[in-house]
Ligand binder design. Structure first.
Ligand SMILES: N[C@@H](CCC(=O)N[C@@H](CS)C(=O)NCC(=O)O)C(=O)O
Length: 238
């Protein structure tokens, strides 16, 4: 029987929001994989990443045949491509209901290609708590649109997850926003805050968070970004 063994390359857990997305999805769906952490802080990370990821970015999933007499491994770089690849083997990556699935795909694509103010002004740093100097119009705009999307999904499909009863890819795509909001206290509605608590409480998010706090390496650029964004109130990292 042909069997594949999945390896997911990620950068780290404190800062790497793109890495979190497929990682949390695979954990929540009990998809077996090996995790390889390849930190960004080496200075030569791009050359290192290029050894396994054509784009020089993570996450990158390698799906190798266990029977290595056949050279037929597959490399899937980019978080959305990983989710779509997994969905071929595990249909529960997306909701089974067509309307929910369509909505989940649109919202995921919007996250994948949008929300630059949230990304640039509120870089993920799980262990920090920061009081933002300001919420400018661009950031407020992104928060409002995410809030609108979340309320729509939760109301339309009945919760507790964005597209219904099960954790699916759309929850994974927005999972970094929950950590960002925990760090920067973003101005979300009560319904969205409740949803964020749901996401932060799922076992794999708690595992990710605990591992993030244990990481000892620091990325200078990300540390500076957090300092520029506001006043550092707490740092729970070791
Ligand atoms: N669109 C990509 C973005 C991946 C990405 O930017 N990953 C970051 C780590 S969180 C990275 O590899 N950065 C290294 C670089 O940009 O050189 C995806 O969805 O996977």
């Amino acid at each position: 029987m042909i069997q594949f063994m999945k390896t997911l390359y990620i950068a780290n857990k404190n800062y790497s929001s793109w890495s979190l997305r497929p990682w949390v999805l695979m954990k929540e769906l009990n998809i077996d994989f090996e995790e390889i952490i390849s930190p960004l802080n080496t200075g030569k990370y791009w050359q290192n990443y290029r050894k396994f990821s054509p784009s020089g970015k993570v996450p990158c999933l390698i799906d190798d045949l266990i029977d290595d007499s056949i050279d037929n491994g597959l490399t899937i770089w980019d978080s959305m491509a990983i989710m779509e690849y997994l969905a071929e083997e595990y249909p529960s990556v997306w909701p089974s209901d067509k309307a929910a699935r369509t909505w989940a795909r649109c919202a995921s694509a919007e996250m994948h290609s949008g929300f630059p103010a949230v990304r640039n002004q509120c870089g993920m740093s799980c262990g920090l708590r920061v009081k933002l100097h300001q919420v400018d119009d661009a950031l407020q705009h992104d928060v409002d649109r995410i809030d609108e999307l979340w309320q729509q999904g939760l109301t339309k499909f009945g919760g507790p997850f964005l597209a219904g009863k099960q954790f699916t890819a759309v929850d994974a795509m927005f999972a970094p926003v929950a950590f960002r909001s925990q760090t920067y206290g973003l101005p979300f509605s009560q319904q969205s805050q409740d949803y964020m608590q749901t996401i932060l409480s799922v076992p794999s998010m708690q595992d990710w968070y605990e591992a993030a706090l244990q990481e000892s390496w620091r990325e200078i650029d990300h540390e500076q970004e957090a300092k520029d964004a506001g006043e550092i109130l707490q740092d729970f990292r070791k």
